[in-house]
Design a protein around this ligand. Structure first.
Ligand code: CTP
Length: 416
């Protein structure tokens, strides 16, 4: 049996990037031999094992990579006569199809090094088309390797796959897995550029695809096009090193602009409510995790109010913080503000403009949090208040605290 290092680790080492997971291919072995040598079988669909000491993944060389549903059991795949070259030929991209021996010799039958130098994401062979997840992988690699282009012949192949209905066959879990990883890359907009280019975006996320060509008011949005704006927002979320929850919220915040009636354009009055409805459908369809869904919904609903909150008095600020559930979830509210900052700075010429709503709302939250709710509730109860009246007393005490902290008229005066 011979072991070769393969895949992303070889690629990343050649690029001078940090290597995280190392993958190996075993040639000339059977599952039985590996198990006897102490390897732990872990592959559900493929013959994959963990090395007894390093715990790194070792896969048996194989000629078949299709991940069709219901395709389990590795006895069928065990093929000790499969060569390294045969294994490499079935991989997705040339830059992922370089192997390295233990003495450091590179085996590169598909010109992976040449494409690394040329900064090209190029498929190895027509076998690329066996696995539609690769469409998303290429898009994700484009978002990560920001100076790489997708080879025109690879885009053409992906377009053919999409036309043949392959993008529709992707299971939601895989779409989310790749999309969420792509959102976390250095330039998420490039993922969407590639998916648009090969026509996959309209199959996978028509709610997003539809935003290109939709105009916005030039005074708020010098970039005008909603799709262009969305991409700037996503790249800003990467620039500000936002977590996935925030990046997903950025993706969903303006979906409603895609369904604004033509006669009211370029205004988008009420788009927030439509964003919420469309976002719910997307989150449901892709089985998006709850923390991402919930944050995205608050941001979709409230981002307009948060942008406008510099004009709000204390009572309106307290109400906004209530709707964001900020008292109970202050950390999440921090993420809401970060998503709104990405939105505000994801506009042409405004990338470096400080986002004034965030510090003001943080100050309002801190002031409202500083009141002793138990004491206010007890005082209200003593005066005979019951149920919702106690809640109102707390609200009003928060309003007073916010007004004082921000130098506004007191909430009582505002209410009156
Ligand atoms: N591979 C493939 N087709 C897929 C998935 C994986 O050909 N659909 C091959 C590629 O050769 C890839 C290797 O398996 O390099 C390992 O896959 P994986 O660990 O998923 O990806 P990496 O390329 O290591 O990328 P990442 O850095 O994102 O983990």
């Amino acid at each position: 049996m011979q072991l070769f290092e393969v895949g992303g680790a070889v690629r990343d080492a050649l690029l001078g990037r940090a290597v995280h997971d190392r993958d190996w291919v075993a040639v000339g072995a059977t599952p039985k031999q590996l198990i006897e040598a102490g390897y732990l079988p872990v592959g559900r669909d493929f013959p994959v094992f963990l090395h007894p000491e390093t715990r790194e993944e070792v896969a048996l060389a194989r000629t078949e990579r299709k991940t069709a549903p219901g395709y389990h059991g590795f006895a069928f795949h065990a093929a000790p006569d499969v060569s390294l070259e045969q294994d490499l030929a079935r991989r997705d991209l040339t830059i992922n199809a370089i192997a390295r021996t233990s003495d450091g010799t590179l085996i590169d039958p598909h010109g992976g090094r040449r494409d690394l130098e040329a900064r090209l994401l190029r498929h190895v062979s027509p076998a690329f088309a066996e696995d539609p997840v690769r469409i998303l992988r290429v898009a994700r690699f484009a978002a990560r390797f920001t100076d790489f282009e997708v080879a025109p012949e690879t885009i053409a192949l992906m377009r053919g796959m999409v036309a043949a209905g392959e993008a529709d066959a992707l299971v939601p879990e895989r779409v989310w897995q790749e999309l969420s990883r792509g959102l976390m890359e250095a330039r998420p907009s490039r993922l969407f550029d590639v998916l648009r280019d090969c026509d996959a975006l309209k199959r996978l996320l028509p709610e997003v695809e539809r935003l290109w060509g939709v105009p916005q008011r030039a005074d708020y949005h010098p970039e005008i096009d909603t799709g262009v704006h969305l991409m700037m927002v996503l790249d800003m979320s990467a620039q500000l090193q936002a977590p996935l929850t925030v990046r997903y919220a950025c993706l969903g915040h303006d979906l409603g602009k895609g369904t604004t009636p033509a006669e009211v354009l370029p205004r988008h009055t009420g788009h927030e409510g439509r964003s919420v409805m469309l976002l719910r459908a997307v989150s449901e369809r892709l089985r998006v995790p709850t923390d991402c869904r919930e944050l995205a919904e608050v941001v979709a609903r409230e981002h307009g109010n948060i942008h406008r909150s510099s004009e709000f008095g204390a009572t309106a600020l307290v109400r906004l913080l209530d709707r964001c559930d900020a008292w109970r979830k202050p950390a999440r509210f921090g993420e809401v503000l970060l998503a709104c900052e990405c939105d505000a700075r994801g506009r042409l010429g405004l990338q470096d403009t400080p986002y004034a709503s965030a510090p003001r709302l943080r100050a309002a939250l801190a002031a409202g949090q500083s009141i002793d709710t138990a004491a206010v509730a007890a005082g209200a109860a003593e005066r005979g208040a019951r149920g919702p009246d106690v809640g109102r007393a707390i609200q009003s005490a928060r309003g007073v605290a916010v007004a004082q902290a921000l130098g506004l008229v007191s909430s009582a005066a505002e209410d009156g």
